[in-house]
Structure formats: C-alpha cells, structure tokens
Design a protein around this ligand. Structure first.
Ligand code: BES
Ligand code: MN
Ligand code: ZN
Length: 498
C-alpha cells in the first residue's frame, strides 16, 4: 500500500473515497460537518434517520454526495467522543481499511488523522494510521492456489492533516509509520510461513537478502563455527534435527563511528516439537511460531534501516529446530555452555533458553550498549498475561521503564515482571551449575532467571512474547509484535519519538 500526506478540505478532494468520522451519538466530526455543509445537509439527514449513529466499528458508504468532488464518502463510527483514545483511534483506522477493501475504491483520502486524541499529536496520529492501516490490510495468501479475483484491494491512502505547517512533521511521521508497519509485516510473514519452508537455512537466506536490500552486514555461523566457539548448549538443541542450525547476525550501522550497538537477540526455533520431552499433539502446528522472536528482531532491523535511525544495531538469531530423534539430547544430559557454566537439561522442551544463553554470551563480542532478547519462551507467560501484554524482565529498572513507555507509545504493551534472587533458587541442580527448568510455578520468571545468568556483563532486558506473537482460533496468524514496541524504543533512543 502507498501513502501520502495532504492538507485540504474534504469536499474538495478528487478521490475515490473520502473518509470522515462520526462520534456517538450522531455527532459529526469537523471534516464530516464540512462535507455536510457542501452537500446541503445530506449527512445530517442520514444521521437524523439513524442509518449511522457513530457506534464504534460501524461504517456507512455513501455515493455521489452533492457538492463534493469525490465518488464516495465513507462515514466511520468512532464511539463516544470522551472515550476516544489510542485504542479507539486505531480501531477506527482498522474499520476504515476493512470497509474500503469491500468497496471498488482502490484509493481513499482519510480525515481521521485530524481527530484529537488525548496526549497525542499529529505525528503520533499519522504514524499510527500507517501502522494500523498496514496491519489491517495484511494478508498471507501465498500458499492459496487461487487468489480472490473479485476483490480490488486498497492501493493508496492519503492522510489529511489540518494545517499546512504540519506537513513536514506529518511526512516524517508517515515514513516512520510505513517503516514500522512493513517491519511488522515482515515479522508476520516469517511467522506465518510453514515450518517446512521456514527452517534455519531459510531464515539465514532472508537475513542475507535483507542485508543486500538495506546495505547491512550479515554473518552466518555454521554448526562447526558454533562448536569451535563452545556453544554446546545451542548445539544440544539442534542435535535431533536434520536441518543444520545457523547463528545469524545482521548489523546496521547508523550511529557515529565507535558507537556501541543495541543488540536484539531473537529466539529462532523454526519448529518446537519439545524434542525427547515431546509435546502433546493438540495444536502442535502452532509451534511453527516459535521463531517469532527471530522474526521480530529481523523486522525491527528492517524498520530501523528504512528509517535510517542514527544508531548501531545488531540482530542476533540462533536458529534451529527442536526435534526428537536417535541423536537428540536426552533429559539428564549435561552440557557446558559457551560461558563455561554447565547446564543439566532436565526437559528438552525448555530449549529456547538453551539456544538464547549461548547467543547472549556471543553478544558480548559486540560490546553492546544494551541487549534485548525476544522469545516465545514460556507457556507460563501466556497463563500470566494472556495475549495482551508481553512479559518484560530486565536487570536494570531504567531499561524496563523505557521499554514499558515505548510499548505504551506504540500501543504494543509490555508488563514488568520480577527477576528477584529468590526465584534463582528454583534452578538448582545437584549435578551441574544449574538446571534448565525451575519447576511448575513461576515458569516465566525462572526462565528469565536462567537467561539473566548469561547477561551479567551488560544492561539486558528479556521480552517473553509467547502470548503476544500470534493469535489462535478464527483469526489465526502472527501479530508482528513486538516490532512496534522495539521500533518505538529505538525512536525514543534517538530522541525522535513524539
Ligand atoms: N516454545 C515453548 C513455549 C510456548 C508454549 C510458547 C506454548 C507458546 C505457547 C517453549 O519452548 C516451551 O516449550 N516451554 C516450556 C518450558 C517448560 C518445559 C519448563 C513450557 O512453557 O511449557
Ligand atoms: Mn519448547
Ligand atoms: Zn520453544
């Protein structure tokens, strides 16, 4: 989808469709009033008759409104004016895209960007219109043998701002929104791909392609390289699979010479059967999403490169399958991680931490300013927070605060969980430095505690996205989270977020 910014009057737009909002109950927004005036009260008449009440999510398409230059007008219900916040704003944009996709209009001019949202400025509204529009327009249809021929989908959206002196700010915010929306779409694509296609080698190829397209540096470590570095924990997970593991690093240099990078580490288990500690069969297909951390860090890197952010960034992806097999790791095996710490693998299904720990040690060589790992790590995190908040753990409170704030700004929220010493005791092993599981209770915390033991040399945060990376059920699919959160965090770091 293409976007552009404009400042103008709704009745003067030569467009296939002009989109304006209506609050509950039957209260037109300013652009709707302007259209109404030009059309000699036709919109008020419709409101009076009750065909559009302003209920959130409702839409009404009008044709050939007199006094206007557009083919259609789409009225979008916004809900109650005093309850109109970030969520309602994004919902209205999504409802707009959904309705437009069902019309014959391939282009539209949207005035929702002019609406006041408490505490949010024009830049925020423009950025989030682009993000929400790309989100709502997303389709993953590459494996359907027949495309829906009847649908003429929306190709171009013009975002209107009230004043001409806002155009430059809006244009910059638009570019950010597009970059973030596309980064999230990349993460969704990678997540939705079937596991027979999206294996570690495929992820490595996609990383190389990104490097090519955006001028990034890409390095892929093979099994032998990892063995030479002593990454026995990561390699223990890969043993059961016929797919070779890869350690992908992708570097974006946008900062001043000598600046230290922010390293984003993404769990890239392209399929998690549980290994010898085999998972139950129900819904196991969803374990193709166990590489959504990897997808998110690649999507974030793409977004950062597209925005040309003035900072240095590394995406680090340990990629492997977790399969059972004659050569697979057994419960009870003890391995020595790259850090030198020994791990008793009591459950081969707690594999995410086993690959992340070696990646976290490897991250030290980038002399990072901050390290953030992103992982579909624990079912326990889904129990704790459901599908709304990402679980956030950090060894530095300031970093946790910044990430929470970025999540609020991005409407991609995280919730701070404890990382207290008391929980570390859960990981005791009689035979090794630690066990890879911490028992039934507090599973998201003990997993984070495990990782913290490998992240002592830098400021570190861990995002458990097990509940937020994809949706099950009727609208099954990857969400692209937490690309918006991470991208907003990076924008914040450059001092360029609203
Ligand atoms: N990838 C899973 C976590 C997961 C499970 C995410 C379900 C989303 C939905 C992870 O590798 C795993 O299997 N974790 C185990 C850990 C346990 C064995 C300590 C879990 O959460 O059950
Ligand atoms: Mn697992
Ligand atoms: Zn897993």
């Amino acid at each position: 989808m293409e976007f552009s910014i404009k400042s103008g009057s709704p009745e003067k737009q030569r467009s296939a469709c002009v989109v304006v909002g209506i609050f509950e109950a039957k209260k037109p927004t300013l652009p709707a009033e302007l259209l109404d005036k030009a059309a000699e009260g036709r919109i008020s008449e419709i409101l009076r008759r009750g065909d559009m009440t302003g209920k959130a999510g409702s839409t009404l398409l009008l044709h050939n409104l007199p006094g206007t230059l557009c083919d259609r007008v789409l009225l979008v219900g916004l809900g109650k004016e005093k309850e109109f916040r970030e969520k309602q704003f994004a919902d209205a944009v999504r409802a707009t895209i959904k309705a437009l996709n069902e019309t014959g209009a391939s282009e539209a001019s949207i005035f929702l960007t002019e609406l006041a949202v408490r505490k949010r400025d024009t830049a925020w509204r423009v950025r989030h219109t682009a993000i929400a529009a790309l989100e709502a327009a997303y389709r993953f249809e590459q494996f359907k043998s027949k495309q829906d021929e009847n649908r003429r989908s929306l190709r171009k959206l013009t975002l209107n701002v009230e004043r001409r002196n806002e155009l430059a700010i809006a244009e910059a915010a638009l570019q950010q929104g597009i970059a973030i929306g596309r980064g999230a779409a990349l993460a969704r694509d990678l997540g939705n791909l079937p596991p027979n296609v999206c294996h570690p080698t495929y992820l490595a190829e996609r990383a190389r392609a990104l490097a090519e397209e955006f001028g990034l540096e890409c390095e892929i470590l093979e099994r032998d390289d990892m063995a030479a570095l002593g990454m026995n924990s990561l390699l223990a997970v890969a043993r059961g699979s016929h797919q070779p593991p890869k350690l992908i690093s992708l570097r974006y240099r946008g900062g001043a010479a000598g600046s230290k990078p922010i390293v984003l580490v993404g769990k890239g288990v392209t399929f998690d059967t549980g290994g010898i500690s085999l998972k139950p069969g129900a819904d196991m297909d969803e374990m193709k999403y166990d590489m959504c951390g990897a997808a998110a860090v690649l999507g974030t890197l793409q977004a950062a490169a597209a925005m040309r952010l003035p900072l240095d960034l590394v995406a680090l992806v340990p990629a492997t399958e977790n399969m059972p097999g004659g050569n697979a790791t057994r419960p009870g095996d003890i391995v020595t991680s790259m850090s030198g710490q020994t791990i008793e693998i009591l459950n081969t299904d707690a594999e995410g931490r086993l690959i992340l720990c070696d990646a976290l040690t490897y991250a030290e060589r980038f002399e990072p300013e901050t390290v953030i790992d992103v992982a579909t790590l624990t079912g326990a995190c889904v129990v704790a927070l459901g599908g709304v908040a990402t679980g956030l753990f950090a060894n530095k409170d300031g970093l946790a605060r910044d990430l929470i704030e970025a999540g609020e700004e991005a409407r991609d929220r995280a919730w701070h969980m404890p990382l207290w010493d008391e929980y570390q005791d859960l990981l005791k092993s009689p035979f090794a430095d630690m066990a890879n599981i911490g028992g039934r209770w507090g599973g998201a915390v003990s997993a984070a505690c495990f990782l913290s033991r490998f992240a002592k040399k830098y400021d570190w945060a861990h995002l458990d996205i097990a509940g937020t990376a994809w949706k099950s059920g009727a609208d099954k699919g990857a969400t692209g989270r937490p690309v918006p959160l991470l991208a907003h965090y990076l924008l914040q770091r450059t001092g360029d977020a609203a």
